[in-house]
Structure formats: structure tokens, C-alpha cells
Design a protein around this ligand. Sequence first.
Ligand SMILES: O=C(O)c1ccccc1NCC(=O)[C@H](O)[C@H](O)COP(=O)(O)O
Length: 231
Amino acid sequence: MTFVDALTGADRPVIMELKRRDPNGEDLFGDRSIAEIVAEYEAAGAPCISVVTGRWFGGTDSMLSEVASLTDRPVLQKDFITRRDQLLKARDLGASAVLLTAGLLPRSSMPTLINGSLELGLTPFVEVTDEAEIEVLPSAEHCVVAVNNKDIKNRERGLGDLDRSVRLLPALAASGTRCPVSASGITKPQDADRLLAEGYRGLLIGTGLLRTTSLTGWLAELDTLRTLRAP
Ligand SMILES: O=C(O)c1ccccc1NCC(=O)[C@H](O)[C@H](O)COP(=O)(O)O
């Protein structure tokens, strides 16, 4: 199943992330192994899984291949991808989707990387932080377009600005993407409920799910909040 189909077909469209360390270098895995976290995420109904292989967050390529070998859910690789050869490597390691960060890439690279991803059967997961990045995005209809509520340029330190996601949703809708996602800084079920109610088709959550003492409780609370909103 493709990354987009898995996410848009899910009752609870939360991409659950494995990230070894937070932006301050604090460990997020504790004594859990990668296999245990993947099993927890699968049992909790993750439609897709994200793996941060970027070294700033303690990631490695082997984390991606390990996760991909443990699950048949589509896997997103989160790293600093700037070249076509990294796309081929991502696919070979088992990724179904790759992060392309608009704010870090020269505008001229985006069509090459988006087309290169699509040619390899990878979903481009394009992260944006403002309207200007959305307006110039080529082929958005073939991409997941995610608003990052934090700023990778300061290594995602600090709290996320969830209002950024709310502000940018109309621009995402106008871009033609089938799959607007809100990413980073979503720590509480109430935040997740609000963003889904605003119209997001997916959320990407790492720290909030890795730090909670009860993943099932966190997700059950989200489900309850969403049920209360249902007409
Ligand atoms: O955003 C990037 O450009 C990036 C590049 C390389 C590695 C990681 C990168 N971002 C990390 C994230 O975006 C977050 O881990 C993810 O959105 C989850 O955030 P949180 O729920 O706040 O842990």
C-alpha cells in the first residue's frame, strides 16, 4: 500500500515516529528496543511509521532498515535529503516516503527531487513553514505536504507553533495536495484533535508519543475527543 493511501484510509491518521533523541539530546527510547517500539506502534494502529535517521536526532540508516524489516506499514525516512543518490539509498533501505525540506533546499532542486522520488516509487513528503514555500511547490498533487510547526533551522528547539498549521491550511488546500499533514510539536491529544478538526488529513508525532507513559491512553483520549465532535 502507498504511504498516501495508508494515511488517507486510516480512521486515526497519525504517523507515529521513531526518533532516538529530542533536540536537546535527551533520549526518547528509554530501555525500549526499536522492535518493541515498532510493535507498540503497530498494535496501536499506526497507518504509517516515520524514522528519523538524521544524526542531529541520534538517527542512523540502520534504524530505517531495521524498522522496514519489522513492519509492512509504509515507512517515511526523515533526513537531510539533497541529492538523487540519497533517494535510491532510501528506497533500498526500505523507505516508502522521503522527507524533502523546502526551507533547506534550493528552489531549483525541488522538481528534480520530487520527480526523482516519484520515479523510484517513493512518496515525496515535503515539509514547509510558510506560504511562499507552498506557492512555488511543483507537483504538490503528487506529494504529501506537511507544515512543520517547529523550525529545523534552529534544530527544532523550543515549542511548536500549532497556529502555523492552522494559518497555512488554506494555502495547502490551494496547492492541490491530497494529503495535508501537520508535523512536530503536537504533544497533547487535544492538539491532535484540534488539527484534525481543522481539516488536516494526517499528523506526524514523535516526541509526544515516545514520551507518554501510556500510548494507548493518549490515543484513546484522541479518539474520545474526535467522537465528541462527530455530529
Ligand atoms: O525537519 C527536517 O528537515 C528534519 C530533517 C532531518 C531529520 C529530522 C527532521 N525533522 C524532525 C522532525 O520533523 C520531527 O522529528 C517530527 O516532525 C516529529 O516532531 P515531534 O513530534 O515534535 O517530535
